[in-house]
Design a protein. Structure first.
Length: 428
């Protein structure tokens, strides 16, 4: 799998050039809409689906199949949803799943067994620098340990994995170190901390706001769109560590325009709604340090043991990220908001694992809405390079403010100007 990205400074300079054309080609909605080809009652062959539709189908099948449902994933090449089932004595399970339009695969481990294994890991191997998530492609729990897990801690982790039984879990070592991706530099600022804005939303009381990572709130309650600048937004609620990593930050000026889109430097990607992630799904991540990056979803409901504490319910991906990208938006080419950058290991040179807070969970927790449901502002962008994790705003004229953020982040961003001059390509 290749992971091409456009650093933020380069993307801003590439308008009208080959990079802009490449990014437009990859990010504009493509024409792989659902092709049912048959009525619901007669559909015996798997349907081709967009990833967002596959996620909806997976949710329906989870309810329809009950205990027989053992997870699902999206096959990007065939554009089909693959559903794992533990059929047992019920011969109708496979038939029902096929009629719904999924490709069906019979497996050994049920979701009940896999979730029990994850609880055992939580009870016996909650070690800083470890993570685990169910991988439906292997029908096992994927356990990862970073470079700090050695000696007795490594032995303890291995022993716990072995205790789950053969065929229940796999364990791998990561060369990096799990950490949250907060840093000092450009984008949104509070004191000496820098993060990235995720998505503009409408708070429950109708006021304009945005989502970012919960651990970013540790930097302070007041956030500005320029280093040392006047605060423009205030943290309303933050969760980290625990059941998520998200924060709702409300703009101080209630007249702030907060458009529902992601600014990737050379185009705006409209965000229509929030959606659940699907394993195997292609996703894009925008952050203030590394700009635009792409990859695929590897696991859901991941547990990550950061040095600051354990966080549950995250999305595991192979999309790269670096300090300062925290809180940035993860989205799809057709404008679905998927996640907020939490943390992980590695960087955009060597790669690694990155974890994201699901947007749907964050919205539900804070009572906010996004996209068409939120009606969060239209017209000219009034907030810097906000939705993409650049200059968070709500005031000013985005492009005029961009220079300050670019300059402030040059020490980290300049070294990243090694992207493909011809633009982005699909993640394969």
């Amino acid at each position: 799998m290749s992971h091409k990205r456009i650093p933020k400074r380069k993307a801003a300079m590439a308008v009208g050039g080959a990079v802009a054309l490449g990014a437009a080609a990859i990010l504009l909605p493509n024409a792989n809409a659902s092709q049912d080809g048959a009525s619901d009652g007669a559909a015996a062959a798997p349907r081709t689906l967009k990833a967002g539709d596959a996620s909806d189908l997976a949710s329906r099948l989870a309810g329809l199949l009950g205990d027989a449902f053992a997870g699902s994933y999206y096959d990007g090449e065939s554009k089909r949803l693959v559903v794992n089932v533990v059929a047992g004595d019920d011969d109708t399970v496979v038939v029902r799943a096929k009629k719904a339009g999924a490709a069906v695969r019979e497996v050994d481990n049920s979701m009940t067994e896999l979730e029990a294994g994850a609880r055992t890991l939580r009870a016996e191997a909650t070690i800083p620098g470890t993570s685990w998530a169910v991988d439906p492609r292997t029908n096992k729990i994927l356990v990862t340990a970073d470079s700090t897990v050695t000696g007795d801690e490594w032995d303890r982790l291995e022993s716990t994995v072995e205790s789950l039984g053969s065929g229940m879990a796999t364990i791998k070592k990561s060369a990096g170190t799990f950490r949250t991706f907060v840093s000092g530099g450009d984008a949104i600022f509070s004191g000496g901390a820098r993060c990235s804005l995720g998505f503009n939303v409408t708070a429950g009381d109708g006021s304009p706001a945005f989502l970012t990572a919960g651990h970013c709130a540790a930097g302070g309650d007041r956030w500005s769109d320029a280093q040392g600048g006047q605060p423009i937004a205030t943290v309303d609620r933050a969760v980290f560590p625990g059941e998520g990593d998200f924060a709702l930050v409300t703009y101080d000026d209630p007249a702030t325009q907060a458009p529902s889109d992601v600014d990737v430097g050379n185009q705006l990607v409209p965000i229509s709604r929030a959606a659940e992630a699907t394993v195997g799904q292609e996703v894009f991540r925008m952050g203030s340090t590394t700009g635009l990056a792409d990859g695929r979803v590897l696991g859901l409901n991941a547990t990550v043991n950061y040095p600051e504490g354990t966080v549950t319910g995250l999305i595991q991906t192979d999309v790269c990220a670096e300090p300062g990208d925290s809180g940035g938006s993860m989205f799809t080419r057709d404008g679905l908001a998927i996640g907020l950058t939490s943390g992980g290991s590695g960087d955009c040179t060597s790669g690694g694992e990155t974890f994201f807070q699901p947007v749907t969970t964050a919205l539900a927790a804070v009572g906010a809405t996004l996209g068409a449901d939120g009606a969060a502002g239209t017209g000219d962008r009034a907030g810097g390079e906000d939705a993409g994790g650049g200059q968070a705003g709500g005031q000013g004229t985005g492009r005029e403010q961009a220079g300050a953020g670019e300059e402030a982040g040059a020490g980290r961003g300049a070294g990243q100007d090694t992207g493909d001059e011809s633009g982005l390509t699909d993640a394969h």
